[in-house]
Design a binder for this molecule. Structure first.
Ligand code: SAH
Length: 265
């Protein structure tokens, strides 16, 4: 008879964001969306290996996977004996160690509960990660891929589009997962552009973007007040806009103009 899992473990599982993809043609399509611009590829959250199957023997890559759930890791060891699977949390992984300091691409049908955290990590590690192909909940995918003027345009859209070309590849219906999530999903691809430096204080840039969107209904004149910087050098026309109307270049302009003020003070 199968033993019941302890309550703690069942509860823990709920936070793993496990929705296993059941449609192999979609798995194959995701796997084929990696362009192969690096020789190293990391899959986040392989689960039962539906995507892994199409990657593990791909000769273009040195392939590794990281999976937090020990039961899935065991399953993967059994079914893919050649797979190099790390048991652990992607958010705590030392990204410099995993492929001997080499650049690597990321792929996955990601755990949706940590989507934003994964994407912030990608942003922080952008010089190490030239490409990301992955499935997110549709709303997150749309947000990341949105441009200025769109209601879904937000912090991650600005930060990521400063350094990546972002493509919305395709939408995936909830019925192809087990258990089905409550929302639709979508696959996007991020490809590193050639911008090395933004030409402004990048820490302040992140702060400006976050503060601007924190109160996204307000005009920038009001939304940026918490920064405690003089906005005198920024044209009135720009301050009358809302964060969602600004391009990456506009945010760079603002950053340069408030940071100069600060230095002069
Ligand atoms: N790729 C599989 C599973 C998707 S569900 C498929 O398409 O069917 C998301 C997977 O991410 C689960 O297997 C879950 O255990 C794993 N996971 C959740 N949080 C994680 C983390 N922090 N680091 C690595 N894997 C994680």
């Amino acid at each position: 008879m199968k033993r019941k899992r302890p309550v703690e473990q069942v509860r823990a599982k709920k936070f793993l964001g496990q929705h296993f993809l059941t449609d192999e043609s979609i798995a194959e399509r995701i796997a084929r969306s990696v362009t192969g611009c690096t020789q190293c590829l990391l899959e986040i959250g392989p689960g039962m290996g539906v995507l892994t199957k199409y990657l593990v023997d791909d000769k273009r890559f040195q392939f590794k996977a990281i999976e937090l759930d020990s039961e899935s890791v065991e399953y993967l060891h059994r079914h893919y004996p050649n797979l190099d699977v790390i048991e652990g949390d992607f958010l705590r992984l030392d990204l410099g160690q995993i492929f001997d300091d080499n650049q690597f691409s990321i792929i996955g049908n990601f755990p949706y509960n940590i989507s934003s955290q994964i994407l912030f990590r990608v942003f922080e590690q952008r010089n190490r990660i030239p490409e990301v192909v992955g499935m997110f909940q549709k709303e997150v995918a749309e947000r990341v891929a949105a441009g200025p003027g769109s209601k879904t345009y937000g912090i991650l859209s600005v930060l990521l589009s400063a350094f990546y070309n972002i493509e919305y590849l395709f939408t995936v219906h909830e019925h192809v997962f087990n258990p089905p999530p409550k929302v639709k999903s979508a696959v996007i691809r991020l490809t590193r552009n050639d911008v090395q430096q933004l030409g402004c204080d990048e820490r302040l840039f992140v702060q400006v973007v976050k503060t601007g969107f924190n109160q996204r209904r307000k005009t920038l004149r009001n939304a940026l007040k918490p920064l405690n910087q003089s906005l005198d050098a920024i044209p009135e026309e720009m301050l009358a806009k809302r964060a969602e109307q600004l391009s990456v270049q506009d945010f760079i302009f603002i950053t340069n103009n408030i940071s100069t003020e600060n230095v002069n003070n």
